[in-house]
Write a protein that binds this ligand. Structure first.
Ligand SMILES: *Cc1c(COP(=O)(O)O)cnc(C)c1O
Length: 349
């Protein structure tokens, strides 16, 4: 049973829903459940507020911290939906296991999400592009700094209203030395530390006026892996290409949704290793038509140029790109404006 302690006041009237910057405003409540004595106890929804931790809490020292990113949507009849929430739940526990953290039971994860979204339904606005971004996460809370996994954890869900994701023109630098993830590592998890490791190389790219880095494999730097914190697709001729998931490429839910939609639209797809040389050759001979990233926050983010080894390439933007067709298809399903033969929409009870 989830106990609910409602906030006596709401911040909602002070929020400008047309001028939201991503992930900076949070709703009135949060879900909290603690792991101690070997079990998850006392799941509850309480007013959004600071949490108190000991300075020795293991999360600060050894980085046992994982998260998920997902969205709730409203259709034009004010029905509430989550998009493929079971996939986020499964991936959360895949991350937990790899970081030696306890798995969260399905009913705690799903009921926590459903109850929180239902309680915050006024924060979910109608209209394509609008959503409530949900951030489940878990941290190690033991007050002890011996290098060992924690025995106590906190699982929480916070929620942030999101508007149309506006990134402007995105150009990327293809990494020649830095990597996001290595063989045998934790690249397939949504571990907080994966993001910490990306900020510095990304800031170097930003100094050169590139918004993101396209990560390459850590062994040879010859094969492309992901774009920033998104999976990456390339259109060469009429074929849509993306790299296979592995222990160093995250199994994105947007990625696999886009692949499925592309197949069903009759777009030829190939899931295989893609070399930087292949991309550069295709760019030189005019066969490289599109590059785009996929992820929950931006859905599909077109990339209009890249640099690798001091060579700069620009792509022409055009109408009816795969990126725009697939984004329209996906957002129509998310907002219940199109049939959902895949059963990706989950009605919030
Ligand atoms: C979260 C994430 C993605 C995108 O996954 P979605 O399920 O589509 O949101 C891609 N790459 C990395 C590294 C990520 O952390």
């Amino acid at each position: 049973m989830i106990s609910v302690n409602k906030s006596p006041i709401s911040k909602i009237d002070s929020v400008n829903f047309d001028g939201l910057s991503f992930g900076s405003v949070f709703t009135d409540h949060m879900f909290v459940c603690d792991f101690s004595g070997g079990s998850w106890t006392d799941p509850k929804i309480i007013p959004y507020q600071p949490i108190t931790l000991e300075p020795s809490a293991r999360v600060f020292h050894y980085g046992q911290a994982i998260f998920e990113g997902m969205k709730a949507f409203k259709d034009d009849q004010n029905q509430l939906f989550l998009f493929r929430p079971k996939d986020n739940f499964k991936r959360f526990n895949i991350s937990a296991k790899r970081l030696a953290m306890p798995e969260v039971p399905e009913d705690i994860f799903m009921k926590g999400l459903n109850r929180l979204v239902r309680l915050e339904e006024n924060w979910v606005k109608c209209g394509v592009g609008r959503s409530l971004y949900l951030r489940p996460f878990m941290i190690a809370t033991d007050a002890a700094i011996s290098a060992a996994p924690s025995k106590n954890y906190k699982f929480m869900i916070i929620a942030s209203p999101a508007g149309v994701y506006y990134s402007g023109e995105v150009r990327v630098l293809i990494a020649e030395n830095y990597s996001r993830a290595a063989d045998g590592g934790i690249g397939f998890t949504k571990a907080a530390g994966n993001y910490a490791a990306q900020f510095y190389p990304t800031s170097l790219a930003q100094q050169k006026n590139y918004q993101q880095v396209i990560w390459t494999d850590s062994n040879s730097h010859e094969f492309v892996e992901e774009a920033g914190t998104m999976n990456v697709f390339f259109r060469i001729g009429d074929t849509l290409l993306t790299a296979p998931t592995s222990d160093h490429i995250l199994d994105g839910i947007t990625r696999k949704s886009v692949l499925k939609l592309a197949e069903d639209l009759g777009i030829p797809t190939e899931v295989r290793r893609i070399s930087v040389a292949e991309i550069k050759n295709a760019a030189r001979n005019g066969e490289l038509k599109e590059i785009f990233g996929t992820g929950t926050a931006a859905v599909i983010n077109p990339i209009c140029g890249f640099e690798h080894a001091q060579e700069v390439f620009e792509l022409k933007m055009f109408n009816n790109s795969y990126a725009s067709i697939l984004k329209d298809r996906l957002t129509a399903i998310q907002h219940n404006r199109a049939d959902d033969p895949y059963q990706w929409r989950h009605m919030v009870p």
